[in-house]
Design a protein around this ligand. Sequence first.
Ligand SMILES: Nc1ncnc2c1ncn2[C@@H]1O[C@H](COP(=O)(O)OP(=O)(O)O)[C@@H](O)[C@H]1O
Ligand SMILES: C[C@@](O)(CCOP(=O)(O)O)CC(=O)O
Ligand SMILES: [Mg+2]
Length: 424
Amino acid sequence: MVSVPFLTSAPGKVIIFGEHSAVYHKPAIAAALSLRTYLLASRDNGDTDTLFLEFPDIQFSYKWATSDLPWQLFGEHSRKRQPAADEELDPELVDALSSLLSKIDSPIQYSAAFMFLYLLVSLCRENDVAGLTFTVRSTLPVGAGLGSSASVSVCFASAFCYLGGHIQEPTLRADDVTVKDSEQCLFIDAWALMGEKCSHGNPSGIDNAVATHGGAVMFQRMESSVPSIRTSMRNLPPLNLLLTNTKTPRSTAALVANVSKIVTEFPKPSGLILETMEAIAREAYTLMLRPFLDKQSKNRLMELIRLNHGLLVSLGVSHPNLERVKLWSDELQIGQTKLTGAGGGGCAITLIDDDAATPEKLRQLEEKYNEAGFETFKTTLGGKGVGLLTEIATITSEKLCRLHNRDEIEAAVGCSALPQWRYW
Ligand SMILES: Nc1ncnc2c1ncn2[C@@H]1O[C@H](COP(=O)(O)OP(=O)(O)O)[C@@H](O)[C@H]1O
Ligand SMILES: C[C@@](O)(CCOP(=O)(O)O)CC(=O)O
Ligand SMILES: [Mg+2]
């Protein structure tokens, strides 16, 4: 029996090249962010017949009687196996969960609770989780293109794999170097993909892969049940990336569905757009294999950013606010900008041209963004993947819920603040 409390954590990501085309089996490049989600499993309520959810970032608390969950649907066997990449959500389980979710009106809260229940019932037995409280806090913006859904899914999948006895405690510390994926990471990643399927119907798998394994990758989804190709990019050249959140809300599910409509209705032109995106990601990969970029390579990479954004615009996934981010950085000539993630709002990245971007220009840009209500982030790329923190008797759900901002979350439980975190 696993002892509680414990925390799991997984990073968000930034897609540098290839969002949307990744869904259509094209290669994409993404890196883990230092912004992360934390999930606390604790026994903070005396009631052993109830399951409690505390998701204050999305203003959601909920509880279910543990015995109301459809535990009877799965035998021991089906609960232990690793799902294939193309496995559909189990229709019986989806159906059984719908009545437990019927009172939740907000789509944001619904998809988080659906993902939670789907993974919990798939991976745990009633006795593993009766009476537990699950509290989520994140330093990532929710629904802004930085993979918050996948980081939450990886936190759930890892916690439930651990509680259900499918994986052991990890041993790696932050500074330990790994050369090969652990079986446990592959198992978590496969289940986190099922969680992403609860969040939006047709995920490529790139977000959960980065949230599980960390680092930076070239990722390509394969056809049918063939596992995706994930090539890690260990020595990313130093990239001066500015991350800007327009704070315009949007949903990945809706944007992915809109692109699917275009791909179905205009197969020829959209096919050519996706092929061009592939060519861009492949050339970017070759350039980014070098540990340092000379001026010419850097300029080429910036041009590829510009081209990739134009193609995303043509697929209809930009937004006037994302265009404002781009327009203002173009006017000041400080680098090249593209949307990142599903688009339709959320975040853009600007690859800064270090020669052109004087401190004064950067200050002017930040001022414009602030006036528009946009938020800029400083974050590092290529951090650790999924982790576990045990022996945390002083961290309670109530304390975690009371933390006000990113800095407080990081100081209280953060992977960067606490060397005791271990990684699968
Ligand atoms: N901190 C959080 N707490 C609870 N649920 C979250 C949190 N962050 C993200 N989610 C879930 O993920 C969804 C956002 O996913 P998505 O639209 O794919 O955007 P992104 O992954 O780019 O942030 C939310 O609607 C919510 O269901
Ligand atoms: C649009 C897409 O390429 C990335 C979506 O990322 P996000 O949920 O917007 O962070 C979809 C996917 O690859 O699953
Ligand atoms: Mg997402």
